[in-house]
Design a protein around this ligand. Sequence first.
Ligand code: SF4
Length: 405
Amino acid sequence: ACSGCITSAETVMLEKQSLDEFLSNINNGKTVIVSLSPQSRASIAVHYGLSPVQVFRKLTTLFKSLGVNAIYDTSCSRDLSLIESCNEFISRYKQSRLDDKESKSFLPMISSACPGWICYAEKTLGSFVLPYISSVKSPQQSIGAIIKHHLCHKLGVRPSDIYHVTVMPCYDKKLEASRDDFVFQDQDQMTTEVDSVLTTGEVIDLIKLKAVDFSNLDESPLDKILSNVSEEGNLFGVRGSSGGYADTIFRYAAKTLFGHDIRGPLDFRTVRNSDFQEVTLEVDGKTVLKFALCYGFRNLQNVVRKLKIGKSDYDYLEIMACPSGCLNGGGQLKPKPGQSGKDLIQALETAYMENVLVTDPFENPIVRILYDEWLEHPGSEKAKRHIHTEYHPIVKSITSQLNNW
Ligand code: SF4
């Protein structure tokens, strides 16, 4: 989504995180872990006419036959990112209602899970917009932190002895994984939370390369330590195919701040087009919460322009760079001959929620264990150290400014 601003150093990063690199890193003595995004799972399910659970089980068979040790699910780490985001929103909202002019708080809070948006904000918008962006890491980086900062200690393995690969719907996730903010010192060497990212399309390349009859592949039991799957093998998750940030934070804020327990789908209203929708909560005739989903560059540029001139009245913005969000990422599988892009998105949206039990991230037993054993509580110092990050305005060199000019 952000290929227009990718530098040559970033191109090298993208090339490094390839299928060849993945294949050369398995069976070389490291513990290999793959974390699969639910959007990739849905894309492969639609491609083969399978259910997402079948895809999860068959990919477990495929990756383990190649030497991978465990396959997890980033909808589990997404629940941790959502809880931290809920906590961050409540403190920003309360801060914004204080009379004290010194305690400037930055609302709307803007989601941080899309590296296409972060790349655009850092390189093009710079310092004015960065304080509005949530400091919470994306689900990809959260599962990286869980594996490299917590699971490895439990397993007695050094972080640098784990090779952690994610399967994602977009190429920008490769850029995100290679950010300096996610590199850390492990004794005498540097290691990263996510060592490599494969796109959904690259997993299909792998299936073709290994000449695997994927539809008829055996289904293996799922690794449950970091996967949103029940004992009976059902998936669980939240509403919202790009992570459910606006949906989850809106419900949490309505309940925590105003005592409104909202059941069932939220009443999102289309503003300009289906990629720009908003939802509000009114109390005593006054709008107290105003959230929006804002997908695609055209919509996000409009909303940021309003923010810049002080005309935004939103409390929260879920911004995603791709039109239709992550299901439509650049690394996803393309429509088949005769299938329109719109039909594919519809099929993906159906598959994404197929057999998914909608649950509250705060009820996720795995995330509760992570807080009990490691992070203590939402917003703790440990949570800030491991599950939050920072953004940096990119100052363009004078040469590139002159070139652009
Ligand atoms: Fe990647 Fe697009 Fe999703 Fe952003 S919206 S994370 S660029 S797939």
